[in-house]
Ligand binder design. Structure first.
Ligand SMILES: [Zn+2]
Length: 152
């Protein structure tokens, strides 16, 4: 029996487009690659640590994703099977936002933290509906999402 103390570890993975400024819809192959990488390591890490390995996956969910991909939950719809698999393994799903704002005159995206209204818009404006089979979040982030997370 080991006398070494347990060292807690958090493995947080942000799920984002492969490009900083995506110009066309892609299938976010980096995410699929990361899922495959985690699956390849999961049992070995579990064997070495003696603990279950359950990363937390934070999906990018903001106006710039909606602008680029047509919907904020694009990656969840695109990779529903992967999200279902992650949930079946007991991984946690969450969201994160960027305050990225499109400047049409310069054709660039920039982080706009100077405009508090934009930051709030990025956080609360859209309906969030992460429907990954096992998880549905509905309502707006401000009023309902934290309370309405439920397993199907
Ligand atoms: Zn991010």
């Amino acid at each position: 029996m080991s006398t070494r103390p347990t060292i807690p570890a958090v493995l947080r993975i942000d799920v984002e487009p492969d490009e900083h400024q995506p110009k066309a819809r892609s299938e976010w192959p980096g995410f699929a690659g990361m899922v495959a990488h985690v699956e390849a390591m999961r049992s070995r890490l579990s064997d070495l640590s003696g603990c279950g390995v359950h990363p937390s996956w934070f999906v990018r969910f903001d106006p710039d994703i909606e602008r680029c991909f047509g919907r904020a939950d694009f990656v969840v719809q695109q990779h529903r099977d992967l999200f279902d698999s992650l949930r079946q393994r007991g991984d946690a799903l969450g969201i994160h936002v960027h305050a990225h704002r499109w400047d049409a005159s310069q054709a660039v995206t920039f982080s706009d933290y100077a405009d508090q209204n934009w930051t709030m818009h990025s956080l609360i404006s859209r309906k969030c509906r992460l429907s990954a089979g096992a998880l549905t979040v509905s309502g707006t982030l401000r009023t309902k999402c934290p309370r309405n997370v439920r397993a199907r």
